[in-house]
Design a protein around this ligand. Structure first.
Ligand SMILES: *[C@@H]1O[C@H](CO)[C@@H](O)[C@H](O)[C@H]1NC(C)=O
Ligand SMILES: *[C@@H]1O[C@H](CO)[C@@H](O)[C@H](O)[C@H]1NC(C)=O
Ligand SMILES: *[C@@H]1O[C@H](CO)[C@@H](O)[C@H](O)[C@H]1NC(C)=O
Length: 381
């Protein structure tokens, strides 16, 4: 009967309540969530790929390049609504520093995103602090880009040298997208399959452009869904493997274990941990946590959370990987950890990810960090 109702629900609407059966019989103890910032204007470096640079320049003018837009603020707010709904049990109505840890990269769009999201997590209460201001200030913390383990693509010389990228690596299988690739190559005037590293950057421009309400060239408009998929495959090929993901997200994963261990040991920890960052961070976190099926280029304000839960009946601790593709649809996907499933026993999860966990000092050493090095932050400014 239950199965029948589920099938009925799936066919009647996009919302599948049955999905929550994954977490049935468990108690949520901790969530460790990393998200991408909301919609932004394009990066200066990518403008040249636009079919309508003029309109794009005009639409970006009020924000500046690489900045959160109004659409981005709204989507960030929706992310906050999702966080409040899903983690309501861990959060008091009013901000309490003992319950939530919030850290952003030192990037304007990431910081503004988390501020917008927190406006939804902590709406003004009846007895609010001001008769005039219908908003609650919620603080986040950040560290300078040079020292932030979530900004390895700006501050990890070894990663930036390309040494972790296997240049002889075969091109990924794109046979499913032959027609779209041909059409896209014709349009671009070069063979995109042979220059796959551009697929990610060009898609990034298209996404920003569409969010600003400027249509793509009709010659490629119809293949945008395939372009998004191709960009995801390109991203995985470039950034999704081995040391490349470990250097980008290994310290973050280590941070998860530190907090989860403390909690299991009975220490007081902030049970909601929010990390405001970038598409590469969300993607690399999927990599280090050995997600069986990666979710492509993370969309604006998408989020990936590791939830630490305890099985009520057995007392066993489990890790549940939860993906929010876009906060505009409040539907989460329970991902699977390779060889461990959607409800992965805590110590098994630790062994499966052991090769991708890094403490901060080791990370710095591996990166070849030096105090006097200068970093280029243009990609996150
Ligand atoms: C804040 O949260 C902590 C941990 O749950 C709790 O012990 C404390 O009483 C809370 N403080 C307030 C003012 O609600
Ligand atoms: C905040 O307080 C002011 C003044 O007491 C009140 O007018 C306003 O409605 C309150 N905001 C909310 C969301 O309750
Ligand atoms: C484009 O490049 C790919 C990979 O190098 C190659 O297999 C394909 O034949 C090329 N297509 C054209 C039209 O040259």
């Amino acid at each position: 009967m239950l199965k029948y109702i589920c099938v009925l629900l799936i066919s009647l609407s996009a919302v599948c309540y049955c999905q929550d059966s994954v977490t049935d019989g468990t108690e949520l103890l901790l969530t460790f969530l990393i998200h991408r910032h909301g919609d932004r204007t394009p990066l200066t470096s990518s403008l040249t790929y636009s079919n309508n640079q003029e309109a794009l320049i005009e639409a970006s003018a009020q924000y500046g390049y690489g900045q959160l837009t109004d659409a981005g603020r709204r989507r960030a707010y929706q992310l906050g609504q999702h966080i409040r709904r899903r983690y309501d049990g861990l959060l008091s109505p009013a901000y309490n520093r003992s319950e939530i840890y919030i850290r952003s990269t030192d990037s304007t769009r990431a910081k503004m995103t988390v501020l917008s999201a927190m406006a939804a997590v902590y709406p003004a209460l009846e007895d609010n602090w001001s008769a005039d201001v219908n908003w609650t200030p919620v603080p986040y913390t950040t560290v300078p880009a040079k020292y932030d383990f979530n900004l390895a693509t700006t501050n990890c010389p070894y990663l930036l040298s390309g040494a972790t990228f296997d240049t002889s690596a075969a091109l990924p299988d794109l046979s499913e997208y032959t027609d779209a690739l041909d059409q896209w190559s014709d349009y671009l005037g070069f063979n995109i399959t042979a220059n796959l590293m551009y697929a990610y950057a060009i898609n990034d421009l298209y996404t920003a452009q569409l969010s600003l309400g400027i249509p793509l060239d009709p010659a490629i408009e119809d293949i945008y869904p395939q372009i998004e998929k191709i960009a995801g495959i390109a991203l995985d090929w470039l950034f999704g493997n081995g040391d490349t993901v470990t250097l980008q997200a290994g310290v973050l994963l280590n941070q998860f274990f530190t907090v989860a261990d403390q909690l299991i040991a009975g220490e007081d920890v902030q049970r909601v941990q929010i990390w405001s960052a970038h598409d590469l961070n969300v993607f690399a976190f999927e990599g280090v946590t050995q997600v069986a099926e990666k979710q492509g280029v993370p969309k604006y304000a998408s989020a990936y959370a590791l939830e630490l839960r305890q099985v009520t009946e057995t007392g066993e601790y489990v890790v549940v990987p939860v993906y929010l593709n876009t906060p505009s649809e409040d539907i989460v996907t329970y991902l699977e950890i390779t060889g461990c499933g959607s409800l992965c026993e805590y110590e098994s999860f630790r062994s499966i990810t052991a090769d991708h966990t890094l403490d901060e000092d080791t990370w710095r050493t591996k990166c070849g960090f030096s105090e006097d090095m200068e970093i280029d932050t243009s990609s996150i400014d």
